[in-house]
Write a protein that binds this ligand. Structure first.
Ligand code: AMP
Ligand code: MG
Length: 315
């Protein structure tokens, strides 16, 4: 059962307790309802992908209550700071370099060295983010491929029974997703959204490039080999060949395992750490073999990631 919460102090406390426990809570923002989970918890973030049935680990937007809070997690250039000062809180997401070492789960950034951050203006989102004092990963609170929810009832229609709670804050005022701007290598619009391009350009004092119109700029997760380990990768292995590091799943034991019990949420949560660890163990010219992972539920996103790791390298 999904709890229907009010935006009262008691219910915000309840939502905070659920989020600190790694559970998922949908909450209103001025753009659309977000599906919130602790962005520092691998399991919580894996649960977001599981609940939405996302076929891919694309990076998620991290929500924080203020620019000051965001500076704990990312590096803001003068240009990034100017946009944040002009439009936060509000329907603008900024993609900025990650501050290392990071407490954020690598699933939130899909292993990239940048992070998408937004400071929402909605008073309920603000109250929740301030009260929980953890960054919340929050894609739109709908099953993958469906329309974004702008009312609590839409969230329940799509995700009822799959998430711990939804806070009902009434209809969203903006009703479309945030505009996403990356600052690197230069200010570029990655996704048009609730903040008009004209407003962004006025604040910057110059025109904004648009992703997709320059061959150099691609949205993350589109490169077949993005976040590839340096070792070569073989899939659907049942045993290790000589010199290979075997990553097991379920009954296939390896040097490492994604999940000994065959739990797909646990496997997703472990995926990026395990890729790194296997890469370290294999060494630069080594090889990694992965046991098969069932291609259902979160297994589809895991297999998508593993296929990219095994793809021929782009140079
Ligand atoms: P959604 O999860 O539907 O709210 O979409 C999040 C959007 O943010 C996607 O279009 C992502 O590609 C984009 N995004 C998130 N993190 C990053 C990042 N580190 N670099 C570039 N784009 C990002
Ligand atoms: Mg969405």
């Amino acid at each position: 059962m999904t709890e229907l919460l009010e935006p009262s102090p008691q219910d915000i406390d309840r939502a905070v307790a659920l989020l600190r426990d790694g559970q998922l809570v949908a909450f209103p923002t001025e753009t659309v309802y977000g599906l919130g989970g602790d962005a520092t918890s691998d399991i919580a973030v894996a649960r977001i992908f599981d609940a939405k049935g996302r076929p891919r680990f694309n990076p998620l937007i991290v929500h924080l209550p203020s620019l000051a809070a965001a500076e704990d997690y990312a590096i803001f250039s003068p240009e990034a700071r100017a946009l944040a000062a002009a439009f936060w809180p509000g329907p603008l997401t900024l993609v900025v370099p990650l501050k290392e070492p990071s407490r954020l789960s690598p699933l939130v950034t899909a292993g990239l060295d940048s992070v998408a951050i937004r400071v929402p203006a909605h008073p309920v989102a603000q109250a929740l983010l301030s009260a929980c004092s953890i960054p919340l990963a929050a894609p739109s609170a709908n099953p993958s491929g469906r329309v974004s929810p702008t009312r609590a009832s839409h969230v329940l229609d799509g995700l009822g029974g799959r998430i711990a709670a939804v806070i009902d804050g009434g209809p969203c005022s903006v009703g479309v997703e945030s505009s996403i701007v990356t600052l690197h290598p230069s200010p570029t619009l990655l996704r048009p959204g609730g903040l008009p391009v004209e407003a962004l350009e006025a604040a910057l004092g110059h025109p904004l490039a648009v992703a997709g119109t320059s061959p150099k700029i691609t949205a993350p997760g589109q490169l077949a080999s993005h976040y590839a380990p340096s070792a070569s990768v073989r899939l659907n292995a049942s045993t290790a060949r000589s010199g290979e590091v075997l990553v097991g799943f379920g009954p296939i034991n390896g040097d490492l395992t994604l999940s000994a019990t065959g739990d797909l949420v646990e496997a997703a949560a472990a995926l990026f750490h395990t890729l790194r660890e296997a890469d370290l163990q294999a060494g630069a010219n080594g090889s990694i073999a992965f046991a098969p992972v069932p291609d259902t539920g979160l297994g589809r996103a895991i297999n998508d990631r593993l296929r990219r790791a095994a793809a021929p390298r782009e140079v």
